[in-house]
Design a protein around this ligand. Structure first.
Ligand SMILES: [Zn+2]
Length: 110
């Protein structure tokens, strides 16, 4: 399962902070994840600072704990090392989603 340390490792200093802010502002819309295999396919729309919408696709390998593939339509994407803030915002939503599922699973086992 992804955690904050893993998210930090995938970001750079600026995109980590900006991504966290975007997530906390509720800019991550239409989050969905296909987690039926070890590679999780994550899709979401992130609202930019000026109301623009970005489509994000992420493939997270839960065994290797590494980002297999990622895509964002913004201008910054791929221009520096680390994922852009939109991808990071989606990863924060993903972390919460996975945590909730784990809690649910543990409650069902009892
Ligand atoms: Zn982006």
């Amino acid at each position: 399962m992804i955690d904050k340390t893993a998210i930090r490792a995938l970001a750079n200093q600026a995109s980590y902070i900006d991504g966290k802010n975007l997530y906390q502002k509720g800019a991550v819309l239409g989050f969905s994840v296909d987690d039926t295999t070890e590679i999780h396919f994550i899709e979401a729309t992130v609202l930019g600072e000026e109301g623009e919408e970005y489509e994000i696709f992420l493939q997270y390998d839960t065994t290797m704990k590494w980002m297999e593939d990622s895509h964002c339509g913004c201008e910054e994407y791929g221009t520096y090392s680390g994922l852009c803030k939109h991808c990071i915002a989606v990863l924060f939503a993903y972390e919460v989603d996975q945590k909730e599922k784990q809690i649910q699973y543990q409650m069902e086992k009892k």
